[in-house]
Design a protein. Sequence first.
Length: 118
Amino acid sequence: QVQLGESGGGLVQAGGSLRLSCAASGRTFSSYNMGWFRQAPGKEREFVAAISWTGDNTYYADAVKGRFTISRDNAKITVYLQMNSLKIEDTAVYYCAATRDWRRYDYWGQGTQVTVSS
């Protein structure tokens, strides 16, 4: 069982930066691949970024590539999403999630709101 809790969201101007954190509970955290997703009002949830359990492999949606960086600290059982050069269209609720096999994300956090203003 893994429990996830996001933090770090807020209001930022376009061009600014935020770092989201996802703290996990459970001794098996280090064996899970982790992902960040987001859902904007009126839109479906979409993939943002993911990182393998070793941290060796990362994946990004085209919309955030070059601006966002995902990382993890297994000692702190936390995964991060550094978001730079934020755009208004990045406004959404951001969720972290955990998967063992990349087919299905088994655990989800409650989400944290990110609002980018002009």
